[in-house]
Design a protein around this ligand. Structure first.
Ligand code: SER
Length: 614
C-alpha cells in the first residue's frame, strides 16, 4: 500500500464508523499559547476534549501534519525520527471509549491493512484492568502479547491526557533480541505503530490533573511507520513517503543511497527536512530568529549543511520542494498553489545561509582543532555566538557538529553573549529610530500618498536601508518604509510616534516609530522580524492601538494640566515643552518661584475632577 492509500484507507475506515473527516489543521496552533507548533493529532482539538467548544461531531478523524524537533539531531541517524510527520487519528469527545477504540484499532490493523495478528503486541497502563480485559477477553490477544508499562500515560503539557495503550508490531528477530528491543525500549524490533489514549484528565498549568466531565478517546498512528510496516521496509525513509526525495537528492549529488553511512544520513536528513520546510512555509511560517520561524530556520539550515556534505554546490531546496509537492499534493492540494511561494521563501533563506556556510564551516573546524589541541572538551560560548551572529549557524547546528567531534558547547556562555547583543541592538535601535536617514523621496508621487487612519492593506512604495532605496530586506535588517496609505501617527509636539506591524505575505516588519520629513511625508522606522519584505509589495498595516490610546490619554493629560496650572497660578503659565509617552507625560513651563504643595494639590484635584467628570 502506498502512503497516500494508507492515509485514505484509515480516514475512510473511521468515516464508516461515524467519524467526521476533517482536513489537517495548520501546523501553527490557533489560540493556544502553550504550544509553539502542532505536534500531535489531538493538539488542535484540545477545546473539544475539554468541553470548552462543542465539536462539529462527537467522532472526528484526521491525518494531522505534525512537527517535533526535540530530537532533531537524531533525524537521519535512526530509522524513524522525523521533524515532520503525519499522525492518523480517531477521536471521541464524550462518545465511545476504550471498548470501541480497541475494537476498531484491531479491526483496521488485522482486516483492512491485514497485519499478521501473531506479530501484534500491546502495552497497557499497569492499573488499567479494563484495557487488559478488552485486549485479552474481547479481542483474544494472548497474555504474553500484553505488557503493563508504568509510563503508559500520555500528556501534552497543559491539556487533555490519560492512560494509554500502545500497539506494537514485531519486525522479527533479525531486528535484535536484546532487552532494549522490548516494548517501550529504544530498539527497532518492536515498532510502536499506534497509541490509544484514554483521555480522562485535563492537566493544568501548575501540573495538577482535573478529571474531565466526559471521557474521550485520542489515538495516534504515525503514517510513516505504518507505511514502513506495510511496505516491508526496514526504515521509514525507504517508504514511498520519503524515497523519491532521497532519489532527487542523489540525482543532484551523485551520491547513491546505500553506498556510505554518512551519505545515507545526509540523504535522509534532506528528505525529512524538505517535507518539514515545505509544509511549514505552506502553513505560513517564515524564517526568523524567534519562535516558530527559528524552528524553520534551524531545520532549513541543517538541510543546507547536509546538502553541502553531499557535495551539492548549487541551491537545491527548490528541487526538493518540487518533489515533496508532487508527492503530497493528492492529500494537500493547497501545496500546488503555494509551491512558487514556498520555493521563493526557502530560496532566499538558503542563499543567505549558503553565502556564509563555507566561511563558518572553516571557522568552526579551526575552533574545534584548537580546542582539541588545548585538550578542551567545550567550545566557548562567545565562539558559538560568533558562528550564530556572523555566519548564521543556529547554535543547535554548531552543537551537533561539535558533538560529531566529541565536543560540547558552552550554552550558558552563548546565552550571555546573546543577551549582551540584544541589549546592544536595543540601544542601537533606539538611536536609529531617533535619527534615521531616508532614501531620496523626490521621485515619489506625493499626490498618491494618503493618511487614512485605518488598519488595512496598503502598498510599500519605498523601502530604504541606511539612506538608500532597496528592493527587499530580510529578517534582522533595519528599514525605513513609506506606505501608500499611512495609518501611523508621526512623532511631533513632544508625542512619540506610533508603533505596530506591517504584515506581508512573505515577511513582517515591526514598526518602532513614525516620523515626518520636512515636506510632510510620513515614514516608518522598523526592522524586519520575520521572512523577507519587498518594495512594491502589499502589506497589512496594523497600528498598536492600545499604545496609541495610551498616548492620546497622556496627550489630553498635558492639556488638562496646562489648564489647571493656569487656573491655579494664572494665565501667564507658558508651556516650554512636553513629552508624551504611553506610560507617562511631562509638561515643562517656566515660573519665577517655587510652587507650594497646596498649589500642587489644587492642580492635582482640578485635573482629577476633570478626568472623573469628563
Ligand atoms: N496524543 C497521542 C500521541 O501523540 C495519541 O494521539 O501519541
Amino acid at each position: 500500500m502506498k502512503g497516500n492509500d494508507i492515509r485514505e484507507a484509515y480516514l475512510s475506515f473511521f468515516e464508516n464508523k461515524g467519524h467526521l473527516r476533517l482536513d489537517s489543521f495548520s501546523l501553527i496552533p490557533k489560540d493556544d499559547p502553550s504550544l509553539l507548533l502542532i505536534g500531535a493529532g489531538m493538539a488542535p482539538l484540545k477545546p473539544y476534549f475539554t468541553g470548552k467548544v462543542e465539536p462539529p461531531c462527537h467522532r472526528i478523524t484526521t491525518s494531522q501534519k505534525c512537527i517535533r524537533t526535540g530530537d532533531i539531531e537524531n533525524v537521519g541517524r535512526t530509522a524513524r525520527h522525523h521533524t515532520f510527520f503525519e499522525m492518523l487519528g480517531n477521536f471521541s469527545f464524550g462518545d465511545y471509549f476504550k471498548k470501541e477504540a480497541i475494537t476498531w484499532a484491531w479491526e483496521f490493523l488485522t482486516e483492512v491493512v491485514k497485519l499478521d495478528k501473531e506479530r501484534l503486541y500491546v502495552t497497557i497502563y499497569p492499573d488499567d484492568q479494563e484495557a487488559h480485559d478488552y485486549w485479552h477477553k474481547m479481542i483474544g490477544l494472548p497474555e504474553n502479547h500484553i505488557y503493563p508499562l508504568a509510563d503508559n500515560f500520555w500528556a501534552i503539557g497543559q491539556g487533555p491526557c490519560g492512560p494509554d495503550s500502545e500497539i506494537f508490531y514485531d519486525q522479527g528477530e533479525e531486528f535484535g533480541t536484546d532487552p532494549a528491543n522490548q516494548m517501550g525500549g529504544d530498539g527497532d524490533r518492536f515498532l510502536e505503530i499506534w497509541n490509544l489514549v484514554f483521555s480522562q484528565f485535563d492537566q493544568q498549568k501548575d501540573g495538577s490533573f482535573i478529571p474531565l466531565a466526559k471521557k474521550n478517546i485520542d489515538t495516534g498512528a504515525g503514517l510513516e511507520r505504518m507505511a514502513a510496516v506495510l511496505q516491508g521496509k526496514k526504515n521509514n525513509f525507504e517508504t514511498d513517503l520519503f524515497f523519491p526525495i532521497m532519489e532527487e537528492a542523489s540525482r543532484l549529488s551523485h551520491v547513491n543511497y546505500g553506498t556510505s553511512a554518512s551519505g545515507d544520513v545526509a540523504l535522509k536528513v534532506i528528505a525529512d527536512h524538505s517535507r518539514a520546510i515545505t509544509n511549514m512555509i505552506s502553513d505560513g511560517i517564515l524564517p526568523s530568529n524567534e519562535g516558530r520561524g527559528y524552528v524553520l530556520r534551524r531545520v532549513l539550515r541543517r538541510a543546507v549543511r547536509f546538502g553541502k556534505l553531499l557535495g551539492i554546490q548549487d541551491p537545491f531546496l527548490g528541487q526538493m520542494i518540487d518533489t515533496v509537492v508532487e508527492m503530497m499534493k493528492p492529500a494537500y492540494p493547497e501545496l500546488i498553489e503555494k509551491q512558487a511561494f514556498i520555493k521563493k521563501i526557502a530560496g532566499v533563506e538558503e542563499a543567505r545561509f549558503q553565502s556564509t556556510l563555507n566561511a563558518g564551516t572553516d571557522l568552526l573546524s579551526e575552533l574545534m582543532e584548537d580546542a582539541k589541541k588545548k585538550h578542551q572538551t567545550m567550545l566557548a560560548g562567545s565562539s558559538v555566538f560568533k558562528l550564530y551572529d556572523t555566519y548564521g549557524f543556529p547554535w543547535e547546528l554548531t552543537e551537533e557538529i561539535a558533538q560529531e567531534q566529541g565536543l560540547t558547547i558552552d550554552k550558558e556562555g552563548f546565552a550571555a553573549s546573546m543577551e549582551e547583543q540584544r541589549e546592544r541592538a536595543r540601544n542601537a535601535r533606539a538611536k536609529v529610530a531617533m535619527k534615521v536617514a531616508t532614501p531620496d523621496t523626490t521621485k515619489l508621487n506625493v499626490s498618491e500618498l494618503t493618511v487614512e487612519d485605518k488598519d488595512g492593506e496598503t502598498e510599500i512604495v519605498l523601502l530604504g536601508k541606511d539612506g538608500k532605496e532597496i528592493a527587499s530586506a530580510a529578517d534582522g535588517e533595519e528599514v525605513t518604509v513609506i506606505l501608500r496609505n499611512n495609518p501611523f501617527h508621526a512623532e511631533g509636539g513632544g508625542q512619540v510616534g506610533d508603533t505596530g506591524r506591517l504584515i506581508g505575505q512573505s515577511g513582517v516588519i515591526t514598526v518602532e516609530n513614525c516620523r515626518k520629513l520636512p515636506d510632510g511625508i510620513a515614514y516608518l522606522v522598523g526592522n524586519v522580524s520575520e521572512g523577507v519584505v519587498e518594495a512594491g509589495s502589499t502589506v497589512r498595516a496594523e497600528v498598536d492601538r492600545e499604545r496609541r490610546h495610551a498616548l492620546a490619554r497622556n496627550h489630553t493629560g498635558t492639556h488638562l494640566l496646562q489648564a489647571a496650572l493656569k487656573r491655579v497660578l494664572g494665565n501667564t503659565v507658558n508651556q516650554a515643552g512636553s513629552l508624551v509617552l504611553p506610560d507617562r507625560l511631562r509638561f515643562d513651563f517656566t515660573w519665577p518661584e517655587a510652587i507650594s504643595s497646596r498649589q500642587l494639590e489644587e492642580v492635582e484635584r482640578l485635573v482629577n475632577d476633570e478626568i472623573l467628570t469628563g
